[in-house]
Design a protein around this ligand. Structure first.
Ligand SMILES: [Zn+2]
Length: 482
């Protein structure tokens, strides 16, 4: 048993209260008035001068992007997807593990204790690749839902008219790489699920058919059936970019969400990533089905995708999580920053203050909302019987001086530098600012070697991406005029 004493504890209502927290195994055994429990026979942690908050839950991330940070300035989603083969190709299993571990280490360092990860491999997810990512999260000590990202159409096949708009020989070169046929993809996923060796309360599998029109309807229906057979969650990018929303009527004659609804994919285990270009009917369909949305404001800004209306989501009763997205489009994986941006972005475009997302609403989304999206029970709150995923913040950090309102200052001022210690499932993974589970210096050495090797190995694909870039950018811009 561990007794955390003298901290200012962030309660589920978002108030900082002088409470003591008793942790037994992986669970919060009790939350009591300060000083009311004797600590005999327990490990005692004096957290005076610290605040104790629930760990943040990152609603959307991509493990494969851990080696790609800093590479994508002035790319939108479409030109970013076009560039992927040039940066993500030819990875070894060790590279896949390393990329995930860098991300997990950074998230823990910044107070994040769980995350939803859509991990991509080409041309299909492999048991070994997904295991390498799951192992990375497990080693870092984090919780994760890992959704192998899947498609049966490449980006060039998925956007109507795009391939035809490319000049030869670029068209043939772009169309050369193919995803595996979906039955092969799903059989690989079935295989990896049957060998899942991780505790599902810590590292759980999910499915990630990436973008509706990058998957045939037969594939989406097969994902739906597999998810329902095995009780898995599904996360998909839905209406992330304006182009995605614009092509939906051309392909389906309706919105992306209306199409997914018709295919019966929407349910409480379904999570939309982004949801920028939704209308109120879409939000209602999602809310009525009990689905969640991961709002990823930083990535949406960096890729110029737009501003998702979190207030409208909440008003419809949707469960909202907050995510960073991968390190290529949210280079610092900072869930505190994502919370702050979620608040700020609700305040532009002349929105009246009563529609603004408050600090407490953002905190709720980034903790309990995220836990619900991941399908993890009793996570995201400091309350008796809930999981002991806890973060100690140093109230000596300048952004807490003076401390006027804990919840507000966490959301509007914390940048991760105040994170002092992190406990996940009752186990310290970071203590006194030192990561206990990951050797960061070794990560740096390995990452430098990997990036140099992969850069050389992917020269051809990168060059092709650079040649295609202006055509892709121009064609996609033409689909979304104005
Ligand atoms: Zn994503």
């Amino acid at each position: 048993m561990i007794l955390i004493q003298n901290a200012l504890v962030l309660t589920p209502l978002g108030e900082g209260q002088p409470l003591d927290v008793l942790v037994d195994g992986g669970t919060i055994a009790d939350v009591v008035r300060r000083g009311s429990l004797k600590s005999e026979g327990m490990e005692r942690v004096d957290a005076a001068g610290r605040a104790l908050m629930p760990g943040l839950v990152n609603g959307h991330n991509h493990a494969q992007t851990g080696l790609s940070k800093g590479l994508f300035d002035r790319f939108n989603l479409e030109t970013y997807l076009n560039a992927q083969p040039g940066v993500s190709g030819r990875r070894t299993l060790e590279d896949k593990h390393l990329s995930a571990l860098i991300g997990a280490a950074e998230m823990v360092r910044k107070g994040c204790t769980a995350g939803y990860d859509m991990f991509a491999e080409f041309p299909l997810p492999t048991a070994e690749g997904v295991e390498a990512v799951a192992r990375a999260y497990s080693e870092a000590g984090m919780r994760a839902a890992i959704a192998p990202m899947m498609a049966d159409k490449t980006f060039y096949e998925a956007i109507p008219g795009l391939a035809e708009a490319l000049p030869e020989p670029l068209r043939s070169q772009a169309l050369k790489a193919k995803y595996a046929p979906y039955p092969e993809t799903l059989s690989s996923v079935r295989n990896l699920l049957s060998h899942w060796k991780f505790d599902r309360d810590r590292i759980k599998p999910a499915l990630g058919p990436t973008i509706p029109h990058h998957c045939s309807d037969e594939f989406l229906v097969a994902c739906r059936d597999l998810a329902s057979e095995l009780g898995l969650g599904i996360q998909m990018h839905v209406a992330e970019s304006r182009l995605q929303a614009a092509v939906a009527p051309k392909i389906y004659g309706k919105s992306l969400v209306a199409h997914l609804h018709e295919l019966k994919l929407l349910n409480p285990k379904f999570c939309v990533a982004h949801g920028v270009w939704l209308d109120d009917d879409d939000r209602k369909r999602l809310a009525d089905s009990g689905a969640s949305i991961s709002h990823n404001p930083g990535s949406n800004l960096k890729l110029g995708s737009g501003i998702a209306d979190m207030r409208a989501m909440l008003a419809r009763g949707l469960n909202v999580a907050i995510g960073t997205d991968g390190a290529a489009s949210a280079d610092n994986l900072n869930a505190f920053e994502a919370m702050r941006l979620a608040c700020y972005l609700s305040r532009v475009k002349g929105n009246p203050p009563e529609r603004w997302v408050s600090a407490r609403e953002a905190l709720h989304a980034a903790t309990e909302g995220g836990a619900k999206a991941l399908g993890l029970d009793k996570l995201g709150r400091i309350e008796k019987g809930w999981k002991a995923d806890l973060v100690l913040l140093d109230l000596g950090a300048l952004h807490y001086i003076p401390l006027n309102d804990l919840a507000s200052q966490i959301v509007f001022a914390e940048d991760g530098t105040g994170v002092e210690s992190v406990m996940i499932g009752g186990r310290w993974v970071m203590r006194d600012r030192k990561l206990l589970t990951v050797d960061v210096e070794a990560l740096r050495r390995k990452a430098e070697e990997a990036v140099a090797r992969l850069r050389a190995a992917n020269v051809e694909a990168k060059t092709l991406g650079e040649k295609l870039h202006p055509y892709v950018g121009h064609f996609c811009a033409g689909l979304t005029p104005g």
